[in-house]
Each structure stands twice: as structure tokens, then as C-alpha cells.
Design a protein around this ligand. Structure first.
Ligand code: NAP
Length: 337
């Protein structure tokens, strides 16, 4: 059986997911697309045999020829489409963020709980990265003892001029927030954000880098250096310190060359380069789960918890204080996940 998916938002990542569904993976085809820029949607559809272009996301979701929906539009539009997908009883893959406010995420969680089954997967693709998977296996396997600390770094080579310090948290560190919750099967209890010396490459008034300190409910501490003008590459680092050993992400997924008393390997230059295999694995898992009648992976609860943590981190950035992360009670629907 081929799963017919509809894609809302044919911008950068929407087109990348369409490419992977059409040319890399099997089991699904893109049956419909839409975008607020309809010309862009039509151009994308030109390369998709039989794909319909809808004028709105709502029309795409209502299309009987669309079995499941992928939401890759601008973040503030996600709530509307995810809620419509749930109302239509269709499985939804939503790129991060699930929604941009705590309240919007709560409305999605409430709708899914009322539906009585999981219909939403959120695109936290690091959970599908082979290196992070090996790290989690080492942490949960127990051979190196109880985890105590995690050190992480999220370094972007550069960002567009409109990027703000809040976006370092909401757009970049959100992935480290999800990794922390997933790595330790735990919620974040409190967040402090410190402002190191400002990079001279950051424009006036823009705090870059940031140092984000998360206290997990268990007491594990997670620190994240988030830099968005690192220049040399897209450098994602992580090391978990346990009682009897440590586990860290590899320096390079590619070849290391040793020559003339030096060694060298490639630093990825962008998130698509670093995480392309993880995105493929993520969508392979989603297509298989939806074809089997359910969903998998990061849930609406995970999306809610990440958005609340981002809001809390932004508050901590502005207050200079340690801010507690306050979540509502986790509904039963998400307890077994
Ligand atoms: P993008 O290139 O700006 O694409 C978003 C597209 O959605 C644009 O074509 C935009 O049109 C369109 N759009 C805006 N409002 C819409 C609406 N109401 N209905 C339908 N389409 C609408 O952004 P992007 O980089 O692809 O990001 C899209 C989402 O993916 C964001 O939530 C982002 O955070 C997420 N993302 C996740 C990752 C990851 O690592 N998992 C990486 C990149 C992006 P206009 O340009 O005309 O506004």
C-alpha cells in the first residue's frame, strides 16, 4: 500500500521532505501540496506526477485523496493545521515547533486526548540520528553507570540578519531541549541562561553565544553552548558524563585523514548535511507507523514540553534568573510513550 501524503508549506524543509518521500524512501507519495505562496506550491507540484495543488491547508486536509498530512509551514501556522488534521482523524507529521505558544500546544494535546489516540508526530529528528541513538543506548544500557551531566554545543556557521537571541533558544536550542528530555526520559525542572562574552560577529544588542543550563528533575545537569556565528561550520556536540564513564558524539561522520603530522576531517556546513540520514530514518519510521494505522516518535506532549521549556529559557534569558519549568499533568495518552 502506498500512503498518500499532503504537504502544507513548500518552503525549504517542505521541499526537502518532498524530495526524500519522492526520491529516497518507499511506501509513500506526495499526493497534494499547498503553500501561502501558491506559485511556489505549483512549481513544486510540477515535478510530482498526479499531485494536486490546494488553495489552503484546510482544503488539503479535507481532500479524501490525502491519507496523512505533513505540516512544514511557518511555525505560527502549525496549530491551525495540526488541529484540523486531528479533527479530520488524519495522522499529522508536524515540523518543530508543534506550536509557538504553551496555550496552542495545550489545545493540540487536549484535542488529541479527546480523540483518544495519538495522531501527531513532531519533527525532532535528532532522536533518529545514529550517533545520538548510540549515545542513548550507552546511557540507558547501564554499563557506564548513572548519568550525572551532559555537555552540549549547537554551533551554526551564521544566521540571517533577522535572527534574535530568543531565536537561538526557540529555533536552535529547542533541539537540545528535546534531546535532554529524551536522553534521560525526564522532564526539565528549571533553566538558567547566561550570556558569555558577546561574539564580535554578532550585531549590536544580539547576545551570541548563549549558555543554557537545564536542571533535569532527576538532578542531571545539561549545559548547552548555543552559538550562531561560529563561522567554521554546523557543529553539534554532546557528551554525557556517567558515574563509570562518558559517551560522546563522534568528531566526524566522514573519513579522518592523517598526514604530515596532522589529522583532519570535514565539519558539516549545514543542518541538512549533518542530519540528512536522521531525517530519512525519521520519515521511514513515520511512514511505516502510519501505514500500520498509528504513529510513532516525538509526541504532542513532547512538542508541548519543548515549547514550554523554550518559553522558560527565553524568560530566563531576559530575567537573568533561574526559572522553573512548569508543565501541566501529563495525560495518560502520553504515559506509555
Ligand atoms: P520556509 O522556507 O520559510 O518555508 C515555510 C513555507 O510555509 C513558506 O513557503 C511559507 O510561505 C509557507 N507558509 C507560511 N504561512 C503559511 C500558511 N498559512 N499556509 C501554508 N503555507 C504557509 O521555512 P522552513 O525553513 O522550511 O521551516 C518550516 C518549518 O520547519 C518551521 O517550523 C521550522 O522551524 C521547521 N524546520 C525544522 C528543521 C529541523 O531541524 N527539524 C529545520 C528547518 C526548519 P512564505 O515564504 O510566502 O511565507
Amino acid at each position: 500500500m502506498t500512503l498518500n501524503v499532503g504537504v502544507i508549506g513548500t518552503g525549504m524543509i517542505g521541499q526537502d521532505h518532498i524530495r526524500r518521500i519522492t526520491h529516497v524512501l518507499s511506501g509513500a507519495r506526495v499526493a497534494a501540496v499547498t503553500d501561502v505562496d501558491l506559485d511556489r506550491a505549483r512549481t513544486v507540484a510540477d515535478d510530482l506526477p498526479g499531485a494536486v495543488v490546494h488553495e489552503t491547508g484546510q482544503a488539503l486536509i479535507a481532500d479524501a485523496g490525502v491519507d496523512a498530512v505533513i505540516v512544514t509551514s511557518w511555525g505560527p501556522t502549525h496549530e491551525e493545521y495540526v488541529l484540523a488534521g486531528i479533527a479530520a482523524g488524519k495522522q499529522v507529521f508536524c515540523e518543530k515547533p508543534l506550536a509557538t505558544t504553551r496555550e496552542a500546544c495545550e489545545r493540540i494535546v487536549d484535542a488529541e486526548v479527546a480523540a483518544g489516540r495519538r495522531l501527531v508526530m513532531v519533527g525532532f529528528m535528532r532522536r533518529y540520528d545514529a550517533q545520538y541513538g548510540a549515545m542513548k543506548a550507552a546511557v540507558t544500557g547501564g554499563a557506564i553507570g548513572l548519568p550525572l551531566l551532559m555537555h552540549a554545543a549547537h554551533r551554526n556557521p551564521s544566521v540571517p540578519d533577522h535572527y534574535t537571541s530568543d531565536m537561538i533558544i526557540n529555533d536552535s536550542t529547542v533541539h537540545d531541549i528535546d534531546v535532554a528530555r529524551w536522553m534521560f526520559d525526564d522532564e526539565i525542572a528549571a533553566i538558567t541562561v547566561l550570556k558569555p562574552r558577546r561574539s564580535t560577529k554578532a550585531r549590536e544588542g544580539f547576545n551570541d553565544p548563549l549558555f543554557v543550563l537545564m536542571e533535569m528533575a532527576s538532578g542531571v545537569l545539561v549545559d548547552v553552548e548555543a552559538s550562531v556565528n561560529a563561522g567554521f561550520g554546523y557543529d553539534i556536540r554532546g557528551e554525557v558524563v556517567c558515574e563509570d564513564g562518558t559517551v560522546e558524539l563522534s568528531e566526524s561522520a566522514g573519513a579522518i585523514i592523517k598526514s604530515a603530522a596532522q589529522f583532519a576531517g570535514r565539519v558539516p556546513q549545514s543542518w541538512p548535511e549533518r542530519f540528512a540520514p536522521a531525517f530519512d530514518t525519521e520519515f521511514r519510521a513515520w511512514i511505516a507507523a502510519v501505514t500500520a494505522g498509528g504513529t510513532t516518535g516525538p509526541s504532542a506532549w513532547d512538542g508541548y514540553a519543548a515549547t514550554v521549556a523554550c518559553d522558560t529559557a527565553a524568560a530566563a534569558l531576559h530575567s537573568g534568573q533561574r526559572e522553573p519549568v512548569v508543565l501541566r499533568e501529563r495525560p495518560d495518552l502520553y504515559k506509555e510513550a
